[in-house]
Ligand binder design. Sequence first.
Ligand code: OAD
Ligand code: ZN
Length: 246
Amino acid sequence: MLKKIAELASNCNRIVVLTGAGVSAESGVPTFRGKEGVWANFKPEELASLEGFMANTEIVWEWYNWRRDLMEKVLPNAGHLAITQLEKLSKKFTLITQNVDGLHKIAKTQNILELHGNISRNKCVDCNLIVDKKIIIDPKNIPCCKKCGGKIRPDIVWFGEMLDETIISQAYVDSEKAELFFSIGTSAVVHPAASLPITAKENGAILVEINLEETPITPIADYHIFGKSGEILPQIVEMIEEKKAI
Ligand code: OAD
Ligand code: ZN
């Protein structure tokens, strides 16, 4: 099956990849759902929502400081690197990620749409002004926005919030045009991200899913590969490279 996918990738013009937390699992970043997931210990709305932030600002910042610290220590894995290589081998390529860990950027993928923001950035809770990346947050003494005095929060899309209009629109446009669409390491339950593979499929793309388990999009996938992205993706990329070398 991997050979067939490599063949399809070699022969098509537009590839879109959607990634979720599973792609970073092999780097040591916990996923959101499942036994080991972050949500197993917390109620999402307590930490990742505006209401949660306003009610428990100190706890929310402690949690994000912990995640930032963790993410500074991790490195891209073979899956991230294979995606970068896939981009180099493709005519048109878009990576749409739900991850906020920035590992795709560190792995040097170029055309990335970060749907849910980036954990290293901050912004003002009131006026949305983006604040210096390097700012250190003391949960007991949260800095305020220079422009309006609002509290500083992580620049991440929380539950109940809208995605950046420009980014999600571009994600839909690229998904509609995709000839081959990979959905990798995502539980495909959080919308609108989860509707992108469906949009791609409705517009004629071949849909490939790589995951450790079945998801709501498995029934519409043309190919479902059970396995770790860090193991499967390098194999696919190697097969494409072999084809190109012929
Ligand atoms: P989830 O934690 O919901 O799902 C991770 C998926 O990755 C699961 O389906 C796992 O089976 C799969 N998986 C785990 N390890 C894997 C591996 N090594 N290779 C391949 N697959 C693997 O994460 P997301 O789908 O990314 O939003 O969650 C979507 C959004 O939910 C997140 O972006 C987050 C949360 O609300 C925000 O932070 C805004
Ligand atoms: Zn402000």
